[in-house]
Design a protein around this ligand. Structure first.
Ligand code: GRF
Length: 200
């Protein structure tokens, strides 16, 4: 069984969609063993506890990044996790964190990377006038929203879209994408060739 940790800072809808997909047997061979947040009041922590999962806050406010990341790494190592899924974890993670888990950290971002990295990707897409938006699940490397792409899903940007309608349309795809990306990673059928994550 691949032991998964989910890191989140907010409501945790991506975490819940992933947990539900795993519960339904759609992502064979894995279990969520730990949910961690840098915010004690993250809705996702409460939701995880309701599902009977181990859920802990390691507060980051006022703590230097290196120190906070060390606490996170220690918790992840103690839980013997094999894979880490960032799901709305609103912290940039340090190179030390990344090298402690090489190619074992995944992130979901609400744009078709490399377009619109960083905060409020949906707002950036709307303002830029993009006609196609979407989401990306990717491996985490030392640059923000940059690592090799595992998969992407696209949605149209409609003339009548507001920030909220576009974000909601992208979120529907996000909720499919993480489970699908994890299936690919766990299948053992894909390899990284340069930046390309392809079936070999
Ligand atoms: C999602 O849009 C995700 O792509 C981004 O942060 C948001 C988290 O939402 N990284 P939720 O907490 O999973 O509902």
């Amino acid at each position: 069984m691949t032991r998964i940790a989910v890191l989140l800072s907010g409501r945790g809808s991506n975490f819940l969609a992933l947990a539900e997909a795993i519960r339904r047997g759609l992502v064979p061979g894995c279990e969520i063993v730990l949910v961690l947040s840098n915010k004690a009041d993250a809705g996702g922590l409460e939701a995880a506890r309701k599902l009977g999962l181990e859920a802990r806050a390691i507060p980051s406010k006022g703590v230097p990044r290196a120190e906070h990341d060390q606490q996170m790494i220690a918790a992840l190592l103690a839980a013997k996790v094999d894979l880490i899924c960032l799901a709305g974890y609103m912290r940039i993670i340090s190179p030390e964190f990344i090298s402690a888990f090489p190619n074992q950290i995944l992130n979901i971002h609400p744009s078709l990377l490399p377009a619109f990295p960083g905060l409020d990707a949906q707002g950036q897409a709307l303002e830029y006038g993009a006609k196609i938006a979407g989401c990306t699940v990717h491996f985490v490397d030392e640059q923000v929203d940059h690592g090799a792409i595992i998969l992407q899903r696209q949605v149209p940007v409609l003339d009548e879209d507001t920030h909220d309608t576009l974000a909601a349309r992208i979120l529907v795809e996000e909720h499919q994408a993480y489970a699908e990306a994890l299936r690919r990673v766990l299948s053992g059928e894909y390899r990284l060739v340069g930046r390309r994550y392809i079936k070999v």
